[in-house]
Design a protein. Structure first.
Length: 311
């Protein structure tokens, strides 16, 4: 490894980032630095100017001008910090959070387009290579920052976590009985005992290093059809677009390996999940009342045509 190797990689990576950000469309009408400040505010619930200066290595005067503009535009509010009254806490307004969400959505779409050019079989290698670079060039493991979400394959114990969290969460939020835990356990056991890794997959979502969500993609009985199952996001992790990212991963995977359709079954009481499915193009094809898990429910079948226009 030589200095020239690092510089050559840096030139290559800079060109890749530049290709993602054609004509500055990702963060317009903001500068890159302004978009970084918005990102930090969206992912750090308790932030003051000193935190931002430290995290982003910004000049105090430059940051002050950015925050003044944001405040004038109604994107942020400033108030005395609860941790230190001498400091002023900076928080996004509703308008500011909507703006930050829009910038994040643009970035996700651009990176998603880049990943679409990477063969599915090469993605684990790419992920591992990125992890290796971050680990070697830092003082230890990659730093975990508030609000950082990572999607990964399940490790030892994760499948059991899926069963436990589904059972506990649905009991707490919808009063489902143990029948639901039995159903989830069978779904997970079937996957663990017999699945095709080329056509079926599980994703675990981590927030700040802890599991907070999951989803599965498995083969359906109908030829050429995949089924999305067990989408879950922990209550304290909602608001980070984790559900959207998990569903995007399933759609991208199913389309990439050649499925024609992606289907799912849910219940009408799961309004937040239903809105996620609708945003990704799923269409309601049937619904039917049923008595399950100790509750009177309305089951719904949703379908996405993977040969259509996509998301």
């Amino acid at each position: 490894m030589t200095v020239q190797d690092i510089r050559a990689f840096n030139r290559f990576y800079t060109n890749v980032i530049g290709a993602l950000d054609y004509s500055r469309h990702l963060y317009a009408p903001f500068t890159l630095t302004e978009s970084r400040v918005l990102y930090e505010l969206a992912h750090s619930p308790r932030t003051d100017a000193a935190d931002l200066r430290s995290e982003l290595s910004l000049d105090a005067g430059y940051l002050s001008r950015i925050l003044n503009r944001f405040e004038q535009d109604g994107l942020i509010e400033r108030a005395p910090s609860q941790r230190d009254p001498r400091r002023r806490q900076v928080t996004l307004t509703v308008r500011g959070r909507e703006t930050a969400d829009l910038l994040a959505e643009r970035a996700d779409e651009s990176v998603g387009a880049l990943l679409a050019t990477v063969p599915d079989a090469d993605r684990p290698r790419l992920s591992e290579a990125l992890h290796t670079v971050r680990t070697i060039l830092s003082d230890g493991p990659p730093p975990t920052r508030t609000g950082e979400v990572v999607l990964r394959e399940p490790g030892p114990g994760d499948l059991g976590w899926i069963v436990q969290r589904n059972a506990a969460l649905y009991a707490a939020e919808y009063d489902f009985n143990a029948d639901y835990e039995g159903l989830v356990a069978r779904i997970v056991a079937d996957f663990a005992e017999d699945h095709d890794p080329h056509l079926e997959r599980v994703w675990i979502a981590e927030l700040d290093g802890r599991p907070v969500g999951c989803v599965m993609c498995v083969r359906d009985d109908a030829p050429g059809t995949a089924r999305l199952r067990l989408l879950l996001v922990e209550p304290d992790a909602r608001g980070h677009r984790i559900g959207d990212r998990l569903v995007s991963a399933v759609v991208e995977f199913a389309r990439g390996v050649g499925y024609r359709d992606l289907v799912l079954w849910t219940n009408d009481i799961l309004g937040a999940a239903r809105r996620v499915y609708q945003r990704h193009g799923f269409v309601l094809v049937a619904e039917k009342p049923h008595r399950s898990f100790g509750q009177d429910l309305v089951g719904q079948d949703w379908r996405l045509d993977l040969h259509g226009t996509g998301e």
